[in-house]
Design a protein. Structure first.
Length: 251
């Protein structure tokens, strides 16, 4: 226990306040901070190997990967081989249908081992490469364009195999449920904003029309009486109405 010294002024004595102080309490705080730091480090070391497992992906021979960092394209298509990626929760599944036929049986047997399988693998890699250069909104709105580009690339690639690509269609694009809910909320907010703008524009136009009508009626006193008669006729059409025929005079 430490007590502040007494101060004497003008012959009077004043005793100061005292407060408890313990070095053991301060040391206990330091020990707790050190233990928390040590536990955090151990937790990081234990979970790091498991986290790194999900950061490495093997790209097969017929696959290519397009990697983005903070929304920017890091480089071109990567693969095949082992690459390092950061896990991302949004996955888009795209189904495409390729209609083709064997145009030259001799070339399809001599130039390639399996024409149908090679065409399928080429279609998969082509679809991945095209979608890797598109945003999500472009995928949803440019299905026909994606199919046309894919058909052109497949036609050039399968021509030496004696295969004729007839048509390519993007059948379905499946999004995660969470992303679909976010997009639906965004679309609803956009529709509400447009509705408010349209309603405001309508009110502005109606106010201008009423202002013009009021100016025209004010310049023509006979129009005031005509408007008064129209109001009386609309009131008289209802039941239990009492009419006081006190017409305003035109000046």
């Amino acid at each position: 226990m430490i007590e502040k010294p007494n101060y004497r002024s003008n012959g009077s004595t004043t005793r100061g306040n005292s407060w408890p102080y313990s070095e053991s309490e301060n040391n206990s705080h330091d020990v707790m901070s050190y233990l928390l730091f040590l536990c955090s480090g151990l937790l990081l070391l234990v979970t790091m190997p498991f986290s790194l497992i999900f950061c490495f992906k093997t790209i097969k021979e017929y696959e290519r990967a397009v990697i983005f960092r903070l929304g920017r394209l890091r480089s071109g298509a990567r693969g095949p081989g082992l690459i390092f990626i950061l896990p991302y929760s949004v996955t888009v599944s795209v189904d495409a249908v390729v209609y083709f036929r064997i145009s030259n049986p001799v070339i399809s047997v001599t130039n390639v081992n399996d024409a149908a399988l090679s065409t399928k693998l080429l279609a998969q890699t082509t679809l991945r490469n095209i979608l890797g250069m598109k945003t999500l909104s472009e995928m949803l709105s440019e299905r026909d364009h994606i199919a046309e580009v894919m058909e052109k690339i497949l036609e050039e690639g399968t021509n030496p195999w004696g295969v004729k690509v007839e048509r390519v269609e993007v059948k379905d694009i499946r999004l995660p449920d969470q992303l679909m809910r976010v997009m639906a909320t965004e679309a609803e907010a956009t529709r509400e904003a447009r509705a408010k703008v349209i309603a405001a524009e309508g009110e502005q136009r109606s106010s201008r029309a009423l202002h013009d009508a009021a100016e025209i009626i004010s310049r023509n006193p006979a129009a005031v009486q005509l408007r008064y008669l129209q109001t009386l006729s609309s009131i008289g059409a209802t039941n239990n109405s009492f009419l006081d025929n006190n017409f305003p005079s035109a000046h």
